[in-house]
Design a binder for this molecule. Structure first.
Ligand SMILES: Cc1cc2nc3c(=O)[nH]c(=O)nc-3n(C[C@H](O)[C@H](O)[C@H](O)COP(=O)(O)OP(=O)(O)OC[C@H]3O[C@@H](n4cnc5c(N)ncnc54)[C@H](O)[C@@H]3O)c2cc1C
Length: 539
């Protein structure tokens, strides 16, 4: 028996974007927020550095706009950049009103500087900014009688009414796996907001939590939305390199406060790559490290801030210092071993300034979306800001449309009559590993046409295998994620192959120069027939 739920607004994702949209809407509508797990399954919780916003009188909006455009390498939408930067102060005020206490000294916010920023403009809560924000937003959400926050739910696919009737092309909810019961539930809603985060888990090494499997991007694509700029994957230059540390980031703020990058023999090397040295934009630093590691056959490089006073390091980086210490590294006395890792998905579901997608009724906000803010490369600490600004603008539009007439269509239940329990879970585990490894090797920091084509051929095989598996066996968390990862990987490879130049985060040795004209890569769902493997539903 399929369980059915009905709500005004269904928000899929409980990170900074999803929770703040819920709070903007709750006074006007019944809101349901779904997430895979607790707070730690959201990248937002893991954000260390902070949020970029102009709050110091010596800084200016124009400078924040110029830095964002500069990082974006010609592909940012200047109107969206201005819109985001101009709304940053209001987003910060809202967080403060809700109870977030940013670090401050004598009535001024303490501001850090990160790569690509011309000024110190990053507000933070020590080195655990995301956790402070998510804890506060979660408390407010749990207190609100109009919001249901449901963990242990994995959205499988969006409900596009056009699949069941010729008259209505509209998103009306989602099919969702309840991980506790193992059953698929139907959530119907007047509006759906995707806030599922990024897709960095498509790579072997990543700074992201396990939930970053690109589910929202894959679901929107299958539901008929355009997807843009998927070739621009940001690799964070400095993840901790240690056999027992999974996905632990060493914040860019460590370099902002004077941290130096060193080769295993102790030599600095950034002067050979960029005049901004350790504070060059992330793509340049990540490529420089990748280059040096490959040149020397080294497993890692080192980040050294031990020349700063112990008390300063412990006050500014308590989380990083204590995690390193647990693993036997005393960052106040010795360099930290680091490697680059997949960190941020600049592309995503194409939306307008209200987060509206191509499918009526469906919005996408936060890392799942492509708003035009980041262009070919994200400026550090602009992403939490984007979550907050677009959560508010999407909520404003949803509120205005809440009472619009909606088509009444009976949504069929999830059909499990043709499937059985899997007897070969090893296939899923093996395909997960294979996919993430070849994406790292062939579609990583430095690309070539040949490597991309090789990845495409492997993807063709994997897609068929997973399609078959998906058609015959009951869905599980891992199968849902793997299916999405394959679709997202395919979108990345197709986008990368179609860009015949190097720009921002996309670097291809066969096309090392940028073309004179910068253009977005936009994939139209027309070619989705090969990807569209939605499980048939029967009424
Ligand atoms: C280690 C790290 C450090 C960072 N530091 C900074 C920083 O200092 N400043 C900055 O601006 N940015 C930073 N970022 C980037 C920033 O944190 C993210 O871009 C941003 O938090 C994304 O927020 P989001 O709400 O879009 O997604 P997330 O916070 O990732 O939340 C996604 C949510 O969707 C849920 N979900 C996913 N798929 C499904 C599904 N199928 N069904 C149901 N729920 C689903 C997840 O469970 C989760 O609740 C950092 C990222 C990382 C990983």
């Amino acid at each position: 028996m399929t369980q059915r739920f009905s709500t005004d607004v269904l928000i899929i994702g409980g990170g900074a974007a999803g929770l703040s949209a819920a709070l903007h809407l709750a006074a006007h509508a019944r809101v349901t927020v779904l997430c895979k797990d607790g707070m730690d399954a959201a990248s937002s919780t893991w954000a260390q550095g902070g949020i970029a916003a102009v709050t110091d009188p010596s800084d200016s909006l124009q400078s924040h706009v110029a830095d964002t455009l500069d990082a974006g390498a010609g592909l940012c939408d200047p109107d969206i950049v201005r819109f985001t930067v101009e709304n940053a102060a209001a987003a910060i005020e809202e967080l403060v009103r809700l109870g977030v206490q940013f670090d401050a000294e004598s009535n001024h916010y303490h501001l850090t500087r990160e790569g690509g920023h011309s000024f110190r403009r990053v507000l933070h809560v020590a080195d655990a900014t995301g956790r402070a924000i998510i804890e506060t937003l979660t408390e407010r959400v749990l207190d609100h009688p109009n919001i249901d926050l449901l963990p242990d739910r994995v959205a499988i696919d969006l409900i596009n009414l056009s699949k069941f009737t010729r008259h209505a092309n509209r998103c009306a909810g989602a099919y969702v796996l309840n991980r506790s019961t193992g059953h698929v539930e139907v959530f119907q809603a007047r509006f759906v907001i995707l806030a599922t985060g990024g897709a960095s888990k498509v790579y072997l090494y990543t700074s992201n939590p396990d939930s970053s499997t690109g589910d929202g991007i894959a679901m929107a694509w299958r539901a008929g939305c355009r997807i843009a700029n998927m070739e621009f994957n940001q690799f964070h230059p400095t993840c901790l390199y240690h056999p027992h540390a999974k996905s632990f980031l060493i914040s860019e703020a460590v370099r902002g406060e004077g941290g130096l990058l060193l080769l295993p023999d102790g030599d600095r090397f950034m002067q050979r790559f960029d005049s901004r040295l350790e504070l060059a934009p992330r793509d340049i630093v990540a490529r420089a490290i990748d280059h040096e590691m490959k040149r020397l056959g080294a497993d890692c490089v080192y980040l050294d801030i031990s020349h700063r006073p112990k008390s300063f390091i412990e006050a500014h980086f308590p989380t990083i210092a204590s995690r390193c210490f647990e693993l036997g590294i005393d960052m106040t006395r010795e360099p930290i071993p680091v490697v680059p890792a997949a960190h941020y998905t600049c592309g995503g579901v194409l939306v307008d300034r209200y987060g509206l997608t191509d499918l009526p009724g469906l919005y996408a906000i936060g890392e799942v979306s492509c708003t035009g803010l980041h262009g070919a490369n994200r400026l550090a600490s602009n992403s939490l800001l984007e979550c907050l600004v677009f959560a508010r603008s999407a909520a404003t539009q949803v509120r205005e449309r809440l009472h619009d007439p909606m088509p009444e269509v009976a949504v069929p239940k999830w059909d499990e009559s043709q499937v059985t329990d899997s007897d070969e879970d090893v296939v899923i585990a093996h395909n997960w590993d294979e996919l993430r490894r070849f994406m790292w090797d062939y579609v990583g920091i430095v690309r070539t046409d040949k490597r991309l084509q090789r990845a495409q051929r492997r993807l063709d095989l994997l897609r068929q295998e997973i399609h078959e598996y998906y058609s015959h066996y009951r869905v599980s968390n891992d199968l849902i994620e793997l299916r999405n990862l394959v679709h997202v990987a395919e979108l990345i490879v197709r986008s990368a192959l179609s860009r015949q130049e190097s720009r921002g985060l996309h670097f291809n040795l066969d096309h090392p120069e940028s073309l004179a004209r910068a253009e977005d890569t936009i994939l139209f769902p027309g070619f989705s027939d090969r990807l569209d493997v939605l499980r048939p539903v029967a009424s």
